[in-house]
Design a protein around this ligand. Structure first.
Ligand code: ATP
Ligand code: MG
Length: 194
């Protein structure tokens, strides 16, 4: 079995995440790509308020609903505390004992890979996969082996989507309809509860 771990804050999940997940899955012949929702994104939570983990998980579940081979991961939420990828890979290797694991990241995340907790462990536990995002090329640390997969470069980010909620600009097509429903149901990002 070949299992991809695509971790993120997913605040909110968007088309860039989904297009990346399905294309990496096809390119590397992965059985599953797990969109793993960070419980406590420790590199982010000091700088801004992050939607609660349960809401972000509900949005990812809606995003992947009906998409073959994509799974919403709640292992980091179940574990609690700060989310370290190396711990998640340990959990996944127990869950999928014979699986080859792949850690999938965008180039912005890959460029900061050296700051991740026990990055060397992650590189031993899994095959590292990087996809380019639009913008200036970001170089992942060269002491690790990176497998680059070409995916459509979509200039979509959760940061831009959160700004769109604030400004009242459209989110249609950037985010799946099911995710917009969860946002309205739960009254996230300042959207009045439906
Ligand atoms: P934020 O703007 O809040 O940082 P984000 O859009 O970068 O949100 P994250 O949850 O931070 O989303 O990212 C999770 C993973 O998805 C990271 O590895 C990131 O590089 C990758 N990613 C995010 N957006 C894209 C995109 N448009 N194309 C490819 N990869 C992406
Ligand atoms: Mg990001």
């Amino acid at each position: 079995m070949r299992v991809g771990l695509f971790g993120g804050t997913f605040d909110p999940p968007h088309l860039g995440h989904l297009v990346t997940a399905v294309n990496v899955r096809q390119a590397l012949k992965l059985d599953l790509v797990i969109l793993m929702v960070a419980n406590d994104p420790w590199q982010k939570n000091e700088t801004r308020e992050v939607a609660c983990a349960a809401d972000r998980l509900a949005m990812v579940q809606a995003a992947i609903h009906g998409v073959e081979g994509l799974v919403a991961g709640d292992d980091e939420i179940k574990r609690g505390g700060p989310s370290f990828t190396t711990d998640t890979l340990t959990t996944l290797s127990a869950k999928y004992p014979d699986a080859q694991l792949f850690t999938i990241v965008g180039d912005d995340a890959a460029a900061k890979f050296g700051t991740w907790q026990r990055a060397g462990e992650i590189a031993k536990q899994s095959t590292l996969v990087v996809v380019d995002r639009p913008g200036s090329p970001l170089v992942p640390p060269s002491e690790f082996v990176w497998n680059r997969v070409e995916v459509p470069r979509l200039e979509v980010s959760s940061t831009d989507l959160r700004a769109r909620f604030v400004d009242g600009r459209p989110l249609d097509y950037l985010i799946s309809a099911g995710v917009l429903e969860v946002i309205a149901d739960r009254g996230l990002y300042g959207v009045p509860k439906s």
